[in-house]
Unconditional design. Structure first.
Length: 591
């Protein structure tokens, strides 16, 4: 069945807080009505108090002014507080759901995108969602309500003068639409350049030691300056559009004031040829109402700017939601209606023994064939050694076994079951890996070893893993021992120490399958031999050892030699030496 393309569907999030938004809208409308009442009060103050000298109504009118101000304050506070709460909650939910979506995508998605761009999607673009759900949306509604109510009250006073702000709003709206078209394209380019800028900075900072080692500070500064300059130029282009159109909208608002005072003044002095004469108080009210119209006109430009930014952000987030993971969990349990706890109870990694078989497996990446017709079998508890030159497909075998990618053709089985029929979490939890690319989180040593099992792993298990991996030798010398916080990617530890921590992390999990991908390359010969003895003593665990050193695989039950994605030799250490092939050549070069 074809999977449906996902979208953000912002309306679904907004509907969850419909009641709060409704209260905010009612508060906004109440505040707007009070704003509409204020010019009427001013009209009566001018006509009844200042001109007609009816001092008995003066106190009541002053109290009305005070009441309008207090009510406006209360309703404004309720509106802004509720919108901020709703916007913050929606942005938080969108951010976590977007992060979950990114986590669900297959490895090939991350092969084609940089981390800086993803960081921009999760942070900057979701911030634009907050803008539109926290205050921009309610401001758009307020602009509409204020314009309609203002025109209504102006028509009641003098329909001729009310025509002017109507024409002004149409002109401002047309300019805002024109400005939005220019801004839409610019915001897309600006977001892309922001991603590149973030990625350049993140990449440089994560590799700052390499930069310094090769004295490339000048080059990196120049590269960052190039992206920063383009980002600056796009912001200037954005400002040019805003400065080009927004002053025109402001000019229309100021012109309306002048026209209303001029034409209204003539009607007060010479009379109204089309109806009742205009009083000074009514003219005062009309001027105040025009002031209420100027604010929406000026807001149109600013809201158009913000709306264009949010629209561009929504498009970029939708691109991520439109991504469909290549690796689909097609297990029977995944298709069932069982909850996660029941699934885990029905099928766990404890149910797997570790029998692994590859049957005519091929894998292609783009137009390049990585593996061709690979077949082998490893029984539970046995050790498989994999050797081959760089790029021969050794690590790809492990990635296919863990279903980071799916084979182009052929079948991979564990315990006689196609791995596609095993729930993904169960399959991956059953394989403990120590990969070439060592990654340690900025956490304690204890936290790194407990990765994935923080609640279930005991201190005794952590300690045993440290001792078996010979990590205890240097961990015990640290001031806080296992609770020592290590830097990002293990900064502060040597290459060999990082490898030993990752080996400890794998050993602590006690999985049916243990994979070591060139995991002892940074260790001295003595430590490597001691770890090999520990691995040899592990019973009931299938071990796959990828290595360039003969010493790492010579005791394996079976060794396969890869060349250009094909198995060219297979057998035990002694059998392969007798074949006088690639394995023998490697042996001779090392010994």
């Amino acid at each position: 069945m074809k999977e449906k393309t996902e979208k953000l569907h912002l309306s679904r999030y907004i509907r969850r807080y419909a009641v709060l938004y409704l209260i905010a809208v009612l508060a906004m409308m109440s505040g707007t009505i009070l704003d509409m009442v204020f010019p009427i009060i001013m009209q009566h103050i001018v006509d009844d108090v200042l001109i007609a000298r009816k001092m008995e109504v003066f106190r009541g009118l002053l109290f009305a002014v005070l009441s309008v101000g207090a009510g406006r304050f209360i309703f404004q506070y309720v509106k802004e507080f509720l919108c901020d709460v709703c916007g913050s909650r929606i942005a938080s939910e969108v951010r976590i759901n977007l992060f979950q979506k990114i986590q669900s995508l297959s490895a090939n998605f991350f092969d084609g995108i940089n981390s800086g761009e993803l960081m921009s999607r999760v942070k900057d673009d979701v911030d634009r969602i907050w803008d539109i759900t926290a205050y921009m949306g309610i401001l758009m509604a307020e602009v509409f309500v204020r314009v309609v109510s203002t025109i209504y009250f102006m028509i009641k006073i003098n329909w001729i003068l009310a025509i002017l702000p109507i024409l002004g709003m149409f002109a401002s709206g047309a300019i805002a639409i024109l400005m939005e078209k220019h801004l839409d394209c610019l915001y897309g380019e600006l977001a892309q350049k922001n991603s590149e800028l973030n990625n350049t900075a993140a990449e440089n900072l994560s590799g700052v030691r390499t930069v310094k080692a090769f004295a490339r500070e000048g080059f990196e500064i120049a590269k960052f300056h190039k992206h920063n300059q383009k980002y600056y130029e796009l912001n200037i282009d954005l400002s040019r559009v805003f400065v080009k159109f927004n002053p025109i909208i402001q000019l229309i608002g100021r012109a309306l004031n002048v026209l209303i005072i001029f034409l209204g003044g003539l009607m007060v002095i010479k009379g109204n040829p089309f109806g009742n004469d205009l009083s000074i108080g009514e003219l005062t009210a009309l001027v105040a109402y025009v002031g209420n119209m100027i604010w929406p006109m000026e807001m149109l430009g600013w809201l158009t700017n913000g709306f264009s930014s949010a629209k561009a952000s929504l498009k970029r987030i939708d691109k991520i939601y439109a991504e469909i993971p290549n690796i689909q969990d097609k297990s029977a349990l995944q298709d069932s209606d069982f909850d996660e706890e029941l699934k885990s109870a029905l099928f766990t990694s404890d149910d797997l023994c570790g029998n692994i078989s590859f049957e005519n497996v091929c894998y292609e990446s783009g137009e390049r064939e990585i593996l061709h017709d690979v077949s082998f079998e490893v029984k539970a508890g046995q050790t498989l050694g994999i050797m081959g030159a760089t790029g021969s497909g050794k690590t790809t075998i492990i990635n296919l076994l863990k279903r980071m990618y799916d084979a182009t053709s052929g079948v991979i089985k564990m315990d006689g079951t196609d791995i596609k029929e095993i729930p993904l979490p169960v399959l991956r939890r059953s394989i403990a890996c120590v990969m070439q690319d060592i990654f340690l989180f900025s956490d304690t040593i204890d936290g790194n070893i407990r990765l994935g099992s923080k609640e279930t792993m005991t201190k005794a298990q952590v300690r045993m893993a440290l001792e078996k991996s010979h990590s205890a030798e240097f961990v015990d010398k640290m001031e806080e021992k296992e609770q020592t916080v290590i830097g990002e990617r293990g900064v502060g530890l040597s290459g060999g120490q990082k490898q030993r921590i990752t080996i400890a992390r794998a050993l602590a999990r006690k999985t049916p399958v243990l994979v070591l991908d060139d995991s002892t390359s940074a260790l001295d010969t003595e430590t490597e031999l001691e770890i090999q003895h520990v691995l040899a003593e592990l019973s009931g665990m299938t071990k796959i050892i990828i290595a360039h050193r003969i010493s790492a695989v010579r005791n394996a039950d079976k060794i396969i030699v890869l060349d250009k994605g094909k198995i060219v030799e297979e057998g035990t250490h002694e059998q392969l030496l007798l074949k006088n092939g690639l394995y023998k050549e490697t042996y001779d070069s090392q010994y």
